[in-house]
Design a protein around this ligand. Structure first.
Ligand code: 13P
Length: 253
């Protein structure tokens, strides 16, 4: 189980350091049955990395470049993220796909770069409200999976793959799919991963749910057998709420 907090484009340095320190403090000495990672903006990574040293919380970045360094002004490579202490990188978040026109081909290249830097990618997929109204959610998610995952990455890398299913209409809206809808989509994703990849890696691949996860709904969502964790936006900016989601005991079989 992985609980991941995506801070998005929030927090200046003082706020970021305070938020990270508060989460570390709340978790310290407590029994945990999940892994925790936080994803601050690039500007906070180095300071937060120092705060997380000797804690049980890992560091992640929200994106990386499709290039591995060189004359690409403004780009941050996967290797630089490893250097600053990251363990995870989010790739293909819908806010990048939609607001920055990022294609699945670019997501696939970024994912490969993340693997090649010995980091774990969290590849985001999810349908828009329009896709869903047209009954196309399964097709869209299948297409995103097949075109965003580099099947040539090798077994060792692919077993480190993490998928986040984040329906676009659920992000920041306070809306979530029903538990049955989440369960159905997760089964569909697993099926598509099995078709796309070799069967043997698929059981190692974690699938997270993201989209309006908060203290009130986290227990029910995370209790689903198919759900391996959550990617949390808004609620991860509140240290008390995020920590209490992490500290909950989920009744997994
Ligand atoms: P919210 O939890 O704010 O809906 O954001 C979800 C998300 O986009 C995480 O990556």
């Amino acid at each position: 189980m992985l609980i991941a907090g995506n801070w998005k484009s929030n927090c200046d340095l003082v706020m970021g350091k305070n938020l990270a320190s508060s989460i570390v403090k709340s978790i310290k000495g407590q029994t945990l049955n999940c892994q925790i990672a936080i994803f601050p903006p690039f500007t906070c990574l180095n300071s937060v990395s120092n705060i997380l040293k000797n804690s049980r919380i890992s560091l992640g970045a929200q994106d990386c470049s499709e290039y591995n360094g060189g004359a690409y002004t403004g780009e941050v490579s996967a290797g630089m993220l490893l250097d600053v202490g990251c363990k995870y990188v989010i790739v293909g978040h819908s806010e990048r796909r939609i607001k920055h026109g990022e294609t699945s081909k670019q997501v696939r290249i970024k994912t490969l770069n993340v693997f090649n830097s010995n980091l774990k990618p969290i590849v985001c997929v999810g349908e828009t409200e329009k896709d869903r109204d047209l009954g196309k959610e399964n097709d869209i998610v299948k297409k995103q999976i097949t075109s965003s995952i580099p099947i040539d990455a090798g077994a060792k890398s692919l077993s480190n793959l993490i998928i986040a299913y984040e329906p676009v209409w659920a992000i920041g809206s306070g809306l979530t799919p029903t538990i049955n809808e989440i369960e159905r989509m997760f089964k569909e994703i697993k099926k598509n991963l099995k078709l796309h990849l070799k069967e043997k890696y698929v059981d190692d691949i974690k699938i997270l749910y993201g989209g309006s996860v908060n203290k009130k709904n986290s227990n029910e969502i995370l209790s689903l057998k198919e759900v391996d964790g959550a990617l949390i936006g808004g609620a991860s900016l509140n240290a008390a709420e995020f920590s209490s989601i992490c500290l909950e005991i989920y009744n997994k079989e």
